[in-house]
Design a binder for this molecule. Structure first.
Ligand code: HEM
Length: 469
């Protein structure tokens, strides 16, 4: 059937997973060099096609997107999300949910710009907390994660938590445990039959119950804040307010078939948390890591803010277009760190002809983002951290189509606008206020990320020295 080539013999049950010898994302790149931009691997019971390189990926997700809108029936989608919410729905149901969330998030980022208000408030808290360490070595990653979680809490149900609040600490603990159990290579994803092994040895029941608890927690948080719904409201305080109002409207109008209901609302809100917290926090942490490693660049970023914004008022979203080096630095951070190295799985709902091969219906399709963000033919020196690759000789920002950390096509990241606003506002605030130094003079923290399917920085501490005004 003209299937893409595979890396070797697929064994019963495990498929090709026994061939993962190196760091998984390195292994995927090694196979790309041997087999080309399109190849297939059997991951447990799932037949997957790995797509590499900008041309092939854009052809798949721009030209064939209608055939790639569904998720395969993985445990996470089926039993975790119960095929509800933006991340798990497919086809027309996904379209309704996606368009509702997209327009709601867009509205929250316009006019009064509720998103920017939430982020700025949280950035102030971040600065105060870092300042309190008085230049002593500090691991900022947990602090940044809680701030970013609070931004999503604000955007979804107008609430923020103190960083020592038991509710938010418990939430983060559960989410961490969930990620540990459902990470891309975990048994629950690829070996669904293991759920019949007694004593929950492969943690299927634990995953299910964490999902249920998280959705219940969100429901509790939402319920308290939104007892009153006014159907004539056209402006919303947050995502749950928009949902609850629209649910009532659909009820009033007796709309029979819709995904705008409580179950999808909770699943979508959970998806915003799951997809929007670690990704954004990890990018901010990588950015600080790169600043420490390139003090000259950090200095240039500070000078730019000093010139454009000054030191007396906080950077605001209206400064974004003027802070060109910072924009280029954020782009390079996203390219270099590539915090989501592999896309989520998509199900081919029809045969797709691509790159001289046929991806047959029922196959799961995955994207290797390293193959684009670290492609030598696009970037020349992809392994060098160099923000000026995004600036022209006049200092204007160059937008490169190959910079796709938020994926490409209609099912790309729905939170891109929020994430970009967060990266800009948090980092501008940090650069303006502090000089970040390594924990010990002359000993730079490693830029080599943790090994695995996701990308996080290896733990490191910084000394944050307040800049004199
Ligand atoms: C730097 C931060 C972020 C990065 C690099 C990132 C990256 C991505 C990527 C690559 C995808 C596509 C995954 C796939 O192919 O299935 C995605 C999807 C998604 N992202 Fe983000 N994301 C970020 C921040 C956010 C934020 C802040 C939110 C929430 C407000 C969010 C919500 C989502 C959701 C819900 C999806 C699934 C969309 C769908 O299935 O229609 N992300 N993201």
């Amino acid at each position: 059937r003209n299937s893409p080539p595979s890396p070797g013999l697929a064994l019963p049950i495990v498929g090709h997973m026994y061939l993962f010898k190196e760091n998984p994302t390195d292994q995927i790149e090694t196979w790309r060099k041997r087999l080309g931009n399109i190849y297939s691997i059997q991951m447990g019971t799932f037949r997957c096609v790995m797509l590499n390189g900008y041309d092939l990926i854009s052809e798949a997700f721009l030209k064939h997107h209608e055939s790639l809108l569904e998720r395969p029936n993985m445990f996470v989608h089926k039993e975790g999300f119960q095929y509800a919410g933006i991340a798990s729905l497919g086809g027309d149901k996904w379209k309704e949910q996606r368009s509702f969330l997209q327009s709601t998030l867009r509205a929250l980022g316009m006019g009064r710009n509720i998103m920017a208000e939430r982020i700025t408030g949280e950035a102030d808290y971040l600065l105060t907390t870092i300042d309190a360490a008085q230049g002593q070595p500090l691991d900022i990653s947990k602090l940044v994660t809680v701030c970013v979680t609070n931004v999503i809490c604000g955007v979804t149900f107008s609430k923020r938590f103190n960083h020592d609040d038991e509710a938010i600490l418990q939430w983060l603990k559960s989410v961490n445990r969930l990620f540990e159990l459902i990470g891309s290579s975990a048994a629950v994803n690829f070996f669904p039959f293991l759920k019949y092994v007694p004593d929950d040895r492969f943690k299927f029941n634990e995953v299910k119950s964490i999902f249920e608890n998280l959705k219940e927690t969100i429901w509790g948080w939402v319920d308290k804040d939104h007892r009153e719904i006014n159907l004539s409201d056209q402006e919303f305080h947050d995502v749950s307010h928009a949902f609850l109002t629209e649910i009532e409207r659909k009820r009033r109008d007796a709309v029979a078939s819709t995904t705008i209901d409580e179950a999808n609302m909770l699943a979508s809100m959970l998806a915003l948390f799951n997809a929007g917290t670690e990704t954004t926090a990890n990018t901010i942490v990588f950015a600080v890591l790169y600043m420490v490693n390139f003090p000259h660049l950090q200095d240039q970023l500070f000078r730019e803010i000093e010139d454009v914004v000054g030191l007396d008022c906080s950077p605001s979203i209206s400064d974004r277009n003027k802070l060109k080096l910072l924009s280029a630095f954020i782009m390079e951070t996203q390219r270099f760190a590539n915090v989501v190295p592999l896309s989520g799985h998509r199900l081919a709902t029809k045969d797709i002809h691509l790159g001289g091969y046929t991806i047959s219906q029922g196959t799961s399709v995955l994207v290797n983002f390293d193959s684009v963000l670290r492609d030598e033919s696009t970037w020349g020196d992809p392994d060098v951290f160099r923000p000026d690759r995004f600036l022209d000789i006049n200092g204007s920002v160059i937008v490169k189509k190959e910079l796709i950390p938020f994926a490409i096509g209609k099912r790309n990241c729905v939170g891109e606008g929020l994430a970009s606003m967060e990266l800009f506002l948090f980092l501008a605030a940090l650069v303006q206020k502090f000089e970040f130094l390594p924990e010990k003079d002359g000993e730079l923290p490693t830029m080599v990320p943790n090994v695995g399917f996701t990308r996080t920085a290896q733990p490191f501490k910084v000394r944050a020295i307040s800049r004199p005004k």
